[in-house]
Design a protein around this ligand. Structure first.
Ligand code: SF4
Ligand code: SF4
Length: 315
């Protein structure tokens, strides 16, 4: 990224706009397609999928249940019925294969809102950045389980922005507009990637699930990296990149080991040198010693802080 350029401009020049947005286009098609499948019933009367992201039945046959909803149910003292448990199993296997936070980047409609806020933040050059702790999402995750246990209900689903959007689209947006606007404004003005990267307990849960996932992004051609920093600038969880890209001398990478990688593919899109690619965790002898786990999820810095100084030191 040259001074004054936005991340990805070099990639657009060399690969063309579509080539530099391949995975972004596919993700939007996936997010909107899934939303359309759920809405086809209540809006048009085509009941391909019944339910919502928390619990659904596809073609009256395939049950799918959000494992976090089932966990809250257990904490609330209710045992999910057999079909729901089957749905949990199917969803767990799926995300253990493709990466837990694929839910965030390929399924969750709130991701469109937060990506838009980040896009606008970059264009308006908004630099404000509240120092939210990334650990906050784990505290919130713990809190929603405790509240479920105390209240005997799946309390988070009443205020979960993802569920509110789905309910809002069926019954009228009403309060859901307010929640969507709050998430948007939070990410725009309060802190970069404040909601999905720091607060959302659903993202935290799927991040934990993703630790063991098979599908991975890897910096397979990291020796080709020219330190343009475009991948760091577009990554929603950019703290996950450095060990894979720059950790050769410590025996790290080239596979991105953190469960917080959303497998969104943006780093693949914007890299003119094709450093990154999708692969599996078995394809490269990635080693992540426990001693460097803290660095693997090192505290993130705001985009303006990813500076020339880091480019020099990272090399
Ligand atoms: S972190 Fe939460 S809101 Fe953001 S994309 Fe993931 S599930 Fe959706
Ligand atoms: S490392 Fe790449 S695939 Fe993973 S979250 Fe960042 S940009 Fe997306």
């Amino acid at each position: 990224m040259k001074p004054g350029e936005r991340p990805g401009q070099e990639a657009i020049a060399s690969k063309g706009w579509i080539g530099a947005h391949r995975y972004l286009i596919l993700r939007r098609l996936s997010q909107l397609g899934i939303l359309a499948l759920f809405m086809a019933g209540p809006w048009l009367g085509y009941w391909i999928v019944k339910g919502n992201l928390a619990s659904s039945l596809t073609l009256d046959t395939l049950p799918l249940t959000d494992p976090l909803v089932a966990l809250q149910m257990l904490f609330a003292g209710h045992l999910p019925e057999a079909a729901a448990l089957t749905g949990v199993f199917i969803v767990l296997v799926f995300y253990l294969l493709v990466g837990g936070r694929v839910y965030c980047s390929w399924v969750c409609p709130i991701n469109i809102v937060t990506d838009t806020a980040e896009w606008l933040r970059m264009r308006l050059n908004i630099k404000s950045g509240a120092q939210l702790s990334e650990k906050a999402r784990y505290w919130l995750l713990g809190a929603i389980l405790v509240v479920s246990a105390i209240s005997g209900s799946i309390a988070w689903e009443l205020i979960n922005p993802v569920s509110m959007v789905y309910r809002g689209l069926i019954f009228g947006m009403g309060l859901a507009w307010g929640v969507v606007a709050a998430v948007f404004l939070l990410d725009l003005f309060v802190g970069r990637r404040a909601w999905c990267g720091h607060l959302c307990p659903v993202g935290a849960f799927y991040g934990l699930l993703g630790e063991g996932a098979v599908l991975r992004v890897a910096a397979v051609k990291r020796e080709e990296c020219d330190d343009c920093m475009d991948c760091f600038a577009v990554c929603p969880e950019h703290q996950v990149i450095k060990p894979a890209l720059k950790g050769a001398d410590k025996g790290l990478g080239p596979i991105i080991a953190s469960g917080h990688c959303t497998n969104c593919g943006r780093c693949i899109d914007v890299c003119t040198r094709d450093v990154f690619t999708f692969t599996t965790r078995f394809s490269h002898p990635a080693t992540v010693p426990a001693a460097v786990n803290n660095e693997r999820d090192a505290p993130r810095r705001s985009q303006p802080e990813i500076t020339k100084a880091e480019r020099q030191s990272a090399g």
